[in-house]
Design a binder for this molecule. Structure first.
Ligand code: AMP
Length: 207
């Protein structure tokens, strides 16, 4: 099954994609993770996109589309995948339709106030790409999954969060209508605990 996860920054796409990947046994393809890896390893791409990522803007469509196209052509994607963070614009969605068949687009619906509270308390593990909320860490800055040192992502600062939200509303939000028109949209209430949201997704996918 070829699944797209849609939703604002902080709506829980990454968390849900990680859980679904285990359940469905198909890979999670996160463009954000791919870009952060390049940034960390200071590859030519990483150096090129550093300022964009740190300011909360979007990497140009041509670059992003090419990366996803190549990644989805790898053998582990042959039986399906979960796209987390792609597409993020109508141009990307149209390009994807040109080289892949999308089965469904799951939109995690979360109000702005919840998003801001989630992102401001978000901690990230650069070693295993796990994301946690401070309220669940008991004051620790150690990753509960792999023992790595947790950090606050640079793009989770208040100013950048607001910019990412603005970009989401202008460029990514129209994707909801795009997939609705194709009859592929699944809207999920993304508020509440991780397990509750995950159940809602599984319930719909199993129908
Ligand atoms: P994320 O982890 O999905 O929030 O992505 C982190 C950052 O990577 C975004 O704020 C963008 O700068 C960049 N990025 C991720 N996915 C895309 C995409 N599909 N198109 C353009 N930029 C992206």
């Amino acid at each position: 099954m070829n699944i797209i996860l849609l939703g604002a920054p902080g709506s829980g796409k990454g968390t849900m994609a990680q859980k679904l990947t285990g359940e469905l046994n198909i890979p999670q393809i996160s463009t954000g993770d791919i870009f952060r890896k390049n940034l960390k390893e200071e590859t030519p791409l990483g150096l090129q996109i550093k300022d964009i990522l740190n300011s909360g803007g979007l990497v140009p469509d041509e670059i992003t589309i090419e990366i996803v196209k190549n990644r989805l052509a790898e053998p582990d994607c042959a039986h399906g995948y979960i796209l987390d963070g792609f597409p993020r614009s109508i141009v990307q969605a149209k390009a994807l339709d040109g080289f892949q068949r999308v089965d469904c687009a799951i939109n995690l619906d979360v109000d702005k106030q919840t998003i801001v509270s989630r992102l401001s308390g978000r901690r990230f593990c650069p070693d295993c790409n796990g994301t946690f909320h401070v309220s669940a860490l008991g004051g620790s800055d150690t990753c509960p999954v792999c023992g790595g040192k947790l950090i606050t992502r640079k793009d989770d600062s208040e100013e950048t969060v607001l910019e990412r939200f603005r970009v989401y509303e202008t460029t990514t939000l129209p994707l909801i209508e795009y997939y609705k028109a194709q009859g592929k949209l699944i809207n999920i209430d993304g508020t509440g605990g991780v397990e509750a949201v995950y159940r809602r997704i599984l319930d719909v996918l199993r129908k």
